[in-house]
Design a protein around this ligand. Structure first.
Ligand code: NAX
Length: 333
């Protein structure tokens, strides 16, 4: 059994965290041999609710869960953290655009960046889930200059999972047999879910998704817009934003980052652009990445980009550049 690792979940009294903490505590992310200390951060008015979550976690009797630390104090929450799931933020409500959220949420991530810088381990791994996730992650890193930039990521795995599920439904194949779907760009309605390199196992044969679907019009229109608008569709139906699926996706993201992607596979994560695919350097942009068990990752290089993809990739980059400019303005005000 390895030494205990300290895992922070923010927004711990919220709806995503309610599923997330049990997934983490039962070993879905770091493995069933990895003991955990779970730190749960929320704001002061939520401490009563958070206490209920703590009671339930105890009642689950998870063997791996060695310690639970509920708190509203950044100095306690971020101290010596190995992995941080930054979920806490104001969620999007029906009819609300992500832009409306930016000004409110970016300040939270400035403060949490400063707290990471001051209190966390220098090799801490950070996943930002709270929206606008890409820009929040960028700001968080900016205010944590002592932590390497590559340790900051934002979640687009839910979009990847949604895309795989839509393709599997369409082809009548297993969801795990759909591979190499890519989410480019922002976790927003401008994201580009790209199946040009994706494959699916159909009747026992690995086939390019484009060939298997045989409907370019569907792939270029309905499929893309279904993924782009899936979050809004869930809100319209549930009157609440995606929670169980977001929790599962954040576990998938961190598990693959922690343990490594299997040979020949890749996953989508928003990471700092190194200029690959002519995406402006320094943007927090979703790329296909391969990860290794030493918790490092690299952007998959050399994929062919056609004119259709180029246009979609540039559009989402432009939105991220605008978000970054607004966020920097808000933070420096
Ligand atoms: P909830 O409103 O249920 O929970 C958010 C929690 O965060 C609340 O308990 C709140 O008190 C807490 N919080 C607020 N400010 C905080 C702070 N400074 N420090 C710590 N905690 C704080 O929202 P939930 O449905 O759990 O969603 C959380 C975030 O995930 C939202 O920003 C939401 O938009 C975002 N999402 C991101 C997704 C993604 O794919 N990246 C998908 C799902 C979700 O929409």
């Amino acid at each position: 059994m390895s030494g205990t690792i300290k895992v922070l979940v923010t927004g711990a009294a919220g709806q995503i965290a309610y599923s997330l903490v049990s997934f983490i505590a039962k070993g879905d992310v770091f493995g069933t041999n990895q003991p955990l200390s779970l730190v749960l951060l929320d704001i002061a008015p939520m401490m009563g609710v958070l206490n209920g979550v703590v009671m339930e976690l105890k009642d689950c009797s998870f063997p791996l869960l060695k310690e639970i630390i509920p708190t509203d104090d950044y100095a306690v929450a971020f101290r010596d953290v190995d992995v941080a799931f930054l979920v806490g933020a104001m969620p999007r409500k029906e009819g609300m655009e992500r832009k409306d959220l930016l000004a409110a949420n970016v300040k939270i991530f400035k403060g949490q960046g400063e707290a990471l810088d001051k209190h966390a381990k220098k090799n801490v791994k950070v996943i930002v889930v709270g929206n606008p996730a890409n820009t929040n992650a960028l700001i968080c890193s900016k205010y944590a200059p002592s932590i390497p930039k590559e340790n900051f990521t934002a979640m687009t795995r839910l979009d990847q999972n949604r895309a795989q599920a839509q393709i599997a439904d369409r082809l009548g194949c297993k969801v795990e047999d759909v591979q190499k779907v890519i989410i480019w760009g922002n976790h927003s309605a401008t994201q580009y879910p790209d199946v040009r390199h994706a494959t699916a196992v159909v009747e026992g044969t690995t086939t390019p998704v484009q060939k298997a679907v045989q409907d370019d019009n569907w792939l270029k229109n309905e499929f893309i817009s279904t993924i782009q608008k899936r979050g809004a569709a869930v809100i319209a139906a549930r009157k609440l934003s995606s929670a169980m699926s977001a929790a599962k996706a954040s576990c998938d993201h961190v598990r693959d980052w922690w343990c490594g992607t299997p040979e020949g596979k890749w996953v989508s994560m928003a990471v700092f652009s190194d200029g690959s695919y002519d995406v402006p350097e320094g943007l927090m942009y979703s790329f296909p990445v391969r990860t290794k068990p030493d918790h490092t990752y690299e952007i998959v290089k050399g994929l062919d980009i056609d004119d259709f993809s180029r246009q979609k990739m540039d559009l989402t980059a432009k939105e991220l550049e605008e978000e970054r400019a607004t966020a920097l303005e808000v933070c420096s005000a």
